[in-house]
Design a protein around this ligand. Structure first.
Ligand SMILES: Nc1ncnc2c1ncn2[C@@H]1O[C@H](COP(=O)(O)OP(=O)(O)OP(=O)(O)O)[C@@H](O)[C@H]1O
Length: 366
């Protein structure tokens, strides 16, 4: 078991990189603490698999260090790192039985047979593979094969960490939910550091205590699902987390007013001061659809908006609005009427985020 530290780590697949865009991993520092259940979340191509392969030793980083419990392991091959990795597609021996497949990683490190038996039975039980133990792996369904593959990753309890690279991609949707819960249960039972790569926010937040959100080769935020939702550090996190994502407005300060395009926004003095003081032309205000206050009639401090349409999603609706030229979405609960034609909006100050050059900055509300 280990704490995994990534120190000034960067990676490029090019021999002559010239700009930050040439890097699959841009210089980063990051710590995965011993025993944590983590997710690495981001869109396709942001560098998740590259990072995982650097941790497991399948790939050597272009610069920087990988440390396990403070020891530099850059030169150690995967077998020397004591890491288990579960891939998107099953990695199993078709001609072996399920039992022998699960026993393989243990026998490989000369584990006594009594202990092999104990662990295989325990993992098979958790993954509901006990009835299949005597079957040849080639006769299993795709789902069962992937469960065996996961079992092979989980069977050793002496590994430094288990890395999962989108392990549920080939699994039937109904089973996915169940397996994610199982993984969480296994994590709680065995307390092994687990890093779970996915591009699915639901998958990340049901599995992980903390999520590292990756964007263009950088971890732009490392936080609990709640932190990512309530205080996204970067506009990308705002867009990517939540359904629908956060609303953003390009804002400027002119003649004492805060403007989104040419429309004046009604904001408190702290927000106004922060926008006035921002030293960039790339300034955005962000607010989640859940936190936009929607009124049918004019209210004090309310901004008049056009209601374009609404989407009824059962227990709530998403209302598509336009404030001047700026589109935005608001979520309203089923007990509230959906406004028709016009609506009056308020943005509670404490729910607004200010983003300068895409990163969140603190607002002093005093
Ligand atoms: N072997 C390689 N050679 C050259 N470029 C690569 C190689 N592998 C990945 N890349 C590039 O590095 C960047 C990061 O890719 P990576 O596979 O790590 O992202 P990812 O987030 O895991 O994406 P996905 O979810 O699609 O697997 C991408 O621009 C990709 O095209």
């Amino acid at each position: 078991m280990a704490e995994i530290t990534l120190k000034s780590l960067a990676h490029t697949y090019l021999s002559d990189p010239k700009s930050p865009e040439d890097y699959a991993i841009r210089e980063m520092n990051h710590v995965w603490h011993q025993g944590g259940a983590y997710a690495l979340l981001g869109p396709s191509g942001c560098g998740k698999s590259t990072l995982l392969n650097i941790i497991s030793g399948l790939l050597e980083p272009s610069s920087g260090d990988v440390l396990f419990d403070g020891e530099r392991v850059n030169a150690l091959p995967p077998e020397g790192r004591n890491i288990a990795q579960v891939f998107q597609f099953p990695v199993i021996y078709d001609t072996m039985t399920v039992y022998d497949n699960l026993a393989f990683p243990l026998r490989n490190v000369k584990t006594p047979e009594a202990r092999v038996h104990e662990r295989v039975m325990e993992v098979a039980d958790v993954l509901e593979l006990t009835a299949q133990l005597k079957r040849k792996a080639k006769n299993l369904t795709a789902d069962e094969k992937q469960k065996v593959s996961m079992g092979r990753g989980l069977v050793r309890d002496d590994v430094s960490a288990i890395l999962f690279d989108e392990p549920l991609t080939v699994i039937d949707p109904q089973l996915k939910w169940k397996l994610r819960r199982k993984l969480k249960e296994i994590h709680q039972r065995f307390e092994i550091t687990m890093v779970y790569v996915t591009h699915d926010q639901l998958e990340a937040s049901t599995f992980a205590d903390k999520i590292a959100v990756m964007y263009e080769g950088q971890v732009v935020q490392f936080g609990t699902p709640r932190e990512l939702f309530e205080t996204p550090n970067h506009t990308f996190v705002g867009y990517f987390i939540g359904s629908p994502g956060m609303n953003f407005f390009d804002v400027s300060f002119r003649d004492g007013r805060v403007l989104a395009d040419e429309t004046e926004l009604s904001v408190g003095p702290g927000v106004r001061r922060a926008i006035e003081g921002a030293r960039s032309t790339n300034v955005k205000l962000g607010i989640r659809p859940e936190f936009v206050e929607v009124h049918e009639a004019p209210v004090e401090g309310g901004m008049e908006a056009v209601v374009e349409h609404a989407q009824d999603l059962g227990t709530y609706s998403i209302v598509y609005l336009r404030l001047g030229d700026t589109p935005l979405k608001a979520r309203i609960e089923e007990d509230q009427a959906v406004p028709v034609g016009r609506a009056y909006l308020r943005f509670p100050d404490e729910r607004l985020g200010l983003y300068v050059d895409e990163f969140r900055v603190e607002i002093d509300h005093e």
